[in-house]
Design a protein around this ligand. Structure first.
Ligand SMILES: NC(=O)C1=CN([C@@H]2O[C@H](COP(=O)(O)OP(=O)(O)OC[C@H]3O[C@@H](n4cnc5c(N)ncnc54)[C@H](OP(=O)(O)O)[C@@H]3O)[C@@H](O)[C@H]2O)C=CC1
Ligand SMILES: O=C1O[C@H](COP(=O)(O)O)[C@@H](O)[C@H](O)[C@H]1O
Length: 500
């Protein structure tokens, strides 16, 4: 992060909601605490609840209380927050919002810069964007940017319609579509690990890599989001966005420059090269699962079909694993395995790059001891890298033993690692769209995922629930790799120790 102190008025639509409380207020506070904001900023919260400025400020203080340090004045921070109660479908209210933001420009010395953060249900995105434009809130002397939360559509068609609605009011370079995985330190680090190391980039292709595995497992169930999740499932909730974004970063060609346009253009090429499937072929490449009851972190938990707002015969997948093929020169023949699910054994996001075996290994009994070189990128909860190598441990011995080289990015000081939302809000203030998703990426991801959803809607799962809570998913997910002689490597903490 740079030390610039961008000035803007941030309008949060949905300021009384969960996202604002859990992610947005704390992230803005951290930026303030780290002196990234100066005193020249204001936040206007919008929602229907008849709160006052004081009530919003009290809620802000509550949500950031645990982040306070000795040298931050939480009351002073909260005094930058203002509240405007209105229904976003009510056009007249936007004039009052306009007047307030203009007054705040003068009070906080802000040159007309605006961030409109839509922390609300997607059905309101189009209406808010049009009203902002039609009522003149975007016609200021400074810049205006629109930040949009997920889900961006339900499939390609609905995403396209939503995009068209928004584009009537904002140009593509004013739209910042959030994918919070792109704000994670180690996701941003993929590019650096690849392009700043002479060791990896020459090997980063189908001559030397046998397969890549991306796991994003959660221990949580659907919590109180049953209604949303029933229409989304793991495929739309995680694969269409976060997982495909990681695939694109891992597989893209080196961009000619590190500009948002060049990086995006390389990511788009990967998404275009994803092997498409016919509906009948989906089962060869993808496995779905739904959790039943079980034990997670020593607690008994209920199955998905027993969760609130979930159909007791639900066909929704809470787990997806799949084999992606990228049909281009670099990756032809290298499977990229992905898996994500709720109520799994461990909370971890881990990427494992498995290198091909040597043509002949003098130190191992071939077929018995196989210790391939692995590069493991730990995205969360640990942030770091492990390189699995082979070396002689005992002096004079002829045998080789697997050893791990570990680098941990957040072991020293977890407090100071910026949160994903903190980075993304700051990037947006600076006008850096690198870590936001462009429409072209969203469109291609939906087209890829739509075939799978269609296949699964046509052929209902007959074996749901098919994995126990606290496991690593259904057996068919292991079989997907076993068919080609591979196995899922351990994820999370179990892959982050020196004694393996
Ligand atoms: N919560 C999370 O962790 C995440 C959320 N998201 C996305 O962020 C968005 C917001 O989610 P979340 O905060 O959880 O949702 P909530 O339901 O908690 O909040 C919704 C907000 O919208 C306001 N609202 C609803 N209708 C209107 C209206 N007609 N006019 C004005 N305000 C209205 C509500 O306030 P009031 O009732 O006072 O009007 C509330 O502030 C969604 O798109 C979600 O998918 C994405 C990733 C994670
Ligand atoms: O976008 C989402 O992500 C979370 C997982 O995010 P993480 O940062 O905790 O890995 C997931 O729980 C949620 O269902 C999904 O909407």
């Amino acid at each position: 992060m740079t030390n610039e102190q961008p000035k803007s008025i941030i309008v949060i639509f949905g300021a009384t909601g969960d996202l604002a409380k859990r992610k947005l207020f704390p992230s803005i506070f951290r930026l303030y605490r780290e002196n990234k904001l100066s005193e020249d900023f204001a936040v206007v919260g919008v929602a229907r609840r008849p709160w006052t400025n004081e009530e919003l400020r009290e809620n802000v203080k509550k949500s950031v209380g645990n982040l306070q340090t000795e040298d931050t004045d939480i009351d002073k921070f909260a005094s930058h927050f203002y509240y405007q109660p209105f229904d976003v479908t009510n056009v007249e209210s936007y004039q009052e919002l306009k007047t307030l933001t203009e007054e705040l420009d003068t009070q906080y010395n802000v040159p007309g810069n605006r961030i409109f953060y839509l922390a609300m249900a997607p059905e309101f995105f189009g209406t808010i964007a049009s009203n902002l434009k039609n009522e003149g809130l975007t016609a200021t002397e400074g810049w205006s940017r629109l930040v949009i939360e997920k889900p961006f559509g339900h499939d390609y068609q609905s995403a396209k319609e939503l995009n068209e609605q928004i584009r009537h009011a904002f140009s593509e370079d004013q739209i910042y579509r959030i994918d919070h995985y792109l704000g994670k330190e180690m996701v941003q680090n993929i590019e650096v690990i690849r392009f700043a190391n002479a060791l990896f980039e020459p090997l980063w292709n189908n001559q030397y890599i046998s397969n890549i595995q991306i796991t994003s497992s959660e221990t949580l169930g659907v919590e109180d989001r049953g209604r949303y999740y029933e229409s989304s499932g793991a495929l739309r909730d995680m694969v269409q966005n976060h997982i495909l974004q990681m695939v694109a970063l891992l597989a893209m060609e080196p961009p000619i420059k590190l500009t948002p346009e060049e990086i995006r253009s390389e990511k788009v090429k990967v998404l275009r090269a994803l092997r498409s499937m016919s509906i009948d072929e989906v089962d060869q490449y993808f496995v779905r699962g739904q959790y039943g009851k079980g034990i997670v972190e020593e607690n008994e938990v209920i199955g998905y079909r027993e969760e609130n707002s979930v159909d007791e015969e639900s066909n929704t997948a809470t787990f997806v694993s799949g084999k992606l093929m990228i049909d281009n020169f670099r990756w032809a023949g290298v499977p990229i395995y992905i898996r994500t699910g709720k109520r799994m054994k461990e909370k971890a996001t881990t990427i494992v790059v498995q290198f091909k075996d040597l043509p002949m290994n003098l130190y191992f009994n071939r077929g018995k001891d196989i210790h391939p070189n692995l590069l493991v990128i730990h995205i969360q909860p640990e942030e770091g890298i492990t390189l699995h190598l082979n070396a002689r441990k005992t002096p004079g011995a002829t045998a080789s033993t697997p050893i791990n080289l570990n680098y941990c990015n957040n072991c020293g000081d977890k407090m100071n690692t910026p949160e994903a939302y903190e980075r993304l809000i700051y990037d947006c203030m600076l006008g850096d769209a690198t870590n936001f998703t462009h429409w072209d990426e969203v469109a291609l991801s939906w087209k890829f995922v739509d075939t799978i959803s269609e296949a699964w809607e046509q052929n209902k799962a007959k074996d749901f629930p098919n994995y126990e809570s606290g496991s690593m998913g259904p057996k068919a997910s292991d079989a997907l790799l076993a068919e080609e002689g591979f196995q899922w490597w351990p994820v999370g903490e179990s892959n982050f120790s020196n004694d393996k």
